[in-house]
Ligand binder design. Sequence first.
Ligand SMILES: [Zn+2]
Length: 328
Amino acid sequence: MSLPAELEPIFDRFRAGFERGRLAHAYLLVGAPRGEGSAFAAEALALLFCTAPDGAKPCHACDGCRRADSGKHPDVLWVEPEMKSRIIGVDTVHEAMRMIAQTSFSGGWKACVIVGADRLGEPAANVFLKTIEEPPPRCLFLLLTDNPAGVLPTISSRCQQIGLSGDQVGLPEELREPLLNILGAAEESRGVVGAFSRAGNLLALLKNIHEDVEKEEAESYTPPPEMKRDESEKILNARIEARYRERRQLVLRALLLWYRDQMVLASGADAGLIHYADQRETLARQAAGLTWRKAVTQVKMVEEMQRQLDRNLPEDTVLNYGFARLMA
Ligand SMILES: [Zn+2]
């Protein structure tokens, strides 16, 4: 496992803190939990458990590194949301905190990674809080989230925050262009026809994303040899769905920024504030005659679409209905 190049400078600062013995007890890593979040966490764990006598750490060759890299180090706990509810339950956290309080197997650090810190329900968060208020010595908590606003403030205030996606929008370049083509389409077909065409194109884009994620996850996931096939398929599918949701959220966020730009233009504010500066002409064309009030409503509609998707409403319903309202 290797760290993406853009995360290296951020990791260097983390490593410097580790070398000086000045790590915080808990970090909130803001980025896609199954993307840059996991990548950073994995590198941090290898660093913690690397037993190389000298040279650059983590070495990814020693026993400590290899166990950390395989995700099977006995002193590391990965806590994930339950597959169905996508919530991290109180029992899971109870058990994790009990294990974290025990002596380390390797005689050194212990670590706990929480994948989706915004998925801690309140009872679970309270159990967790007790531990991070008085953390055991040599114990590191890594909390992963792409939704820092969704993490309970009692928890986030006890963590040192590290932003991993430099630009919090983080829409990959290969998605930016097709999305802008959809949003910037000429306006001759407003109303229902235009709405269905946009929703249809966006659904097609999401379908492509899903297929890419399926491929990537299938390539990167190797189940332990003793695992039953249907069990490993279940895990693979859960990983695919989780990763896909993260990407979909990025698309929705990019969509939100598009309508927020229109709001900026409708308010008459400095056009230097818009996000899609290179799309200014198209945005201005779409925002022509737009009242401030309508522009705000549009932004709220996109937020509503995101919430509906989060609640597992069918994508085609959400997008067709959402765009019909947006383009009415
Ligand atoms: Zn090592």
